[in-house]
Design a protein around this ligand. Structure first.
Ligand SMILES: [Zn+2]
Length: 228
């Protein structure tokens, strides 16, 4: 993976400048592309700026090859505040990101990708839930499915809104996946976790090995991690 052009990147603690957030968005984009969580120009990443606007990825650009100056800025209502270098515009999919910021002040970053295994379940129309591993019980016990929505319409943000306050991410039926969190790295890691859950579910089904932790074990994990 390429190293960031300014270093060291700080990934925790908040209070990032716009310049730092531009570097972070590019690095998260490279991670998504390098790990095969997006293909071609697919996917988009956004983050709330200190001034309340939203920095996002441009349309029609590979997330593996973005530079900080390429990222446009939009207002929470969707108006373009600044174009990216060379007139690059935000993706139309930024509207579902904006809905997450509008619905919850706790959301500081949003990641959208088309991870292969998660998207396979999204096409099948199956939400992911289960307790096959303690990590899932703690981090992502349920990955709901937002019903299919026609791209570029208000149906898309409407379909994800019910999950914003209650879950760290969801599948988008016939489309891909969306994750959100207080900061970029957490939102990105939620996408990795979501795809890993889908991959494991597919693999254990192939070997006819799907097994859940017992309710007692799940309760024990939840108690240990302060979730009960
Ligand atoms: Zn998409």
């Amino acid at each position: 993976m390429s190293s960031p052009t300014t270093s060291p990147l700080r990934w925790s603690g908040g209070g990032f400048t716009e310049a730092e957030l531009r570097e972070q968005v590019c690095e998260i984009g490279r991670n998504l592309w390098t790990r095969g969580l997006v293909a071609a120009n697919d996917g988009n990443v956004s983050v709330r700026l200190p001034d309340g606007h939203v920095l996002c990825t441009p349309t029609m650009v590979s997330k593996g090859y973005m530079t900080p100056a390429m990222l446009p800025v939009v207002a929470l209502g969707g108006e373009v505040v600044r174009l990216g270098e060379g007139g690059l515009r935000p993706s139309s999919e930024v509207r579902m990101h904006l809905r997450a910021y509008q619905v919850s002040d706790d959301v500081g970053a949003v990641v959208h990708a088309h991870p292969p295994y998660a998207t396979a379940f999204a096409i099948k129309g199956e939400a992911l839930a289960g307790a096959m591993m303690p990590e899932s019980v703690v981090a992502m016990p349920e990955i709901p499915l937002a019903p299919y929505a026609t791209p570029t319409t208000d149906e898309v943000p409407d379909s994800v809104e019910p999950f914003i306050r209650t879950h760290p991410g969801c599948l988008l039926e016939h489309h891909g996946a969306l994750t959100w969190a207080a900061d970029l790295m957490t939102a990105y890691l939620a996408m990795e976790r979501l795809e890993y859950s889908a991959l494991m579910t597919a693999l254990v089904r192939q070997i006819d090995g799907e097994r859940q932790l017992s309710p007692e074990r799940v309760a024990e994990v939840r108690r240990r991690f302060g979730l009960a």
